[in-house]
Write a protein that binds this ligand. Structure first.
Ligand code: HEC
Ligand code: HEC
Length: 210
């Protein structure tokens, strides 16, 4: 072996150790994005599989974060027929506040709606029912909707304010406040929950009117 060959072997060995070392440290620091951009990775173009996995994990983490954000809140009402026909006398409650069976019960008893008689043409009624059913608490993963479903069991109340979870959340309110004209009833979610229209019922946004 001449001097040149020895040098080449020595340098190759050095190169190998160097890369392995880097590879290990990158695996440990997998949560960082620097792997995709590192120069040696581009030159060597190895472990493509690992790269794919890395990207997929990154996508999943992002999706998970987005969901977490959405699922804290209820979806704001976005159906014009529902808003118009059911939001005139009171707040247009989010569909996720009741299960499908309750909405069905309410819509089949419109001639005696808490002392009111509500007239709706068949098309509007169908559009409203479709909207309420498709977006009801049954199919929601929002944390409040899940709590509502758990707390109801097999009960089918006509009121959101009859759901045990909702009653329990308000049981510390002094009954006398409902004599105030500004409040009147627990059904008036919007007077205390300043962000109710946005589907946000966090306690930070509650303000009880005088
Ligand atoms: C003519 C007025 C009027 C219209 C229109 C109306 N409601 Fe009501 N609704 C009432 C009254 C009055 C109450 C009882 C409120 C109370 O006790 O404070 C009520 C209560 C409710 C409640 C129970 C609220 C609670 O206490 O949890 C739901 C749910 C409800 N309505 C859904 C609907 C739907 C769905 C529609 C559309 C098909 C609709 N309402 C249209 C008058 C109306
Ligand atoms: C008189 C004022 C008032 C009205 C009306 C009212 N709430 Fe509340 N709500 C409160 C207060 C106060 C709390 C408790 C906040 C706390 O725990 O500090 C609360 C708590 C809640 C919570 C639990 C929030 C949490 O962070 O755990 C939900 C969900 C809720 N209300 C939904 C509703 C809905 C839906 C309606 C209408 C059907 C409604 N509320 C009507 C005052 C009100």
């Amino acid at each position: 072996m001449n001097g040149k060959t020895i040098w080449i072997i020595f340098l190759s060995g050095f190169w190998f150790v160097l890369n392995d070392g880097w590879y290990l440290s990158v695996s440990v620091a997998d949560d960082h994005d620097d792997k995709e951009n590192s120069w040696y990775h581009k030159i060597l173009d190895w472990d493509d599989d690992d790269d794919e996995n890395h990207k997929r994990r990154k996508r999943n983490r992002k999706r998970h974060r987005d969901n977490e954000h959405d699922e804290s809140y209820l979806k704001p009402v976005n159906n014009p027929t529902y808003k118009e026909e059911c939001g005139g006398c009171h707040f247009a409650y989010q569909p996720e506040l009741l299960p499908e069976a309750c909405w069905m019960k309410i819509l089949t008893n419109l001639d005696d709606h808490f002392g009111e008689s509500i007239e709706l043409d068949d098309d509007s009624k169908e559009a409203i029912l479709d909207y309420l059913k498709a977006n009801s608490a049954d199919y929601s993963s929002a944390k409040r909707a899940v709590k509502i479903m758990e707390s109801l069991g097999n009960h089918v109340p006509m009121r959101i304010t009859d759901i045990p979870y909702i009653r329990e959340k308000h049981h510390e309110l002094d009954p006398e406040i409902f004599e105030r004209e500004s409040i009147e009833s627990l059904s008036n979610c919007v007077v205390c929950h300043t962000t109710a229209e946005k589907g946000i019922y966090e306690d930070d946004n509650v303000r009880i009117p005088k």
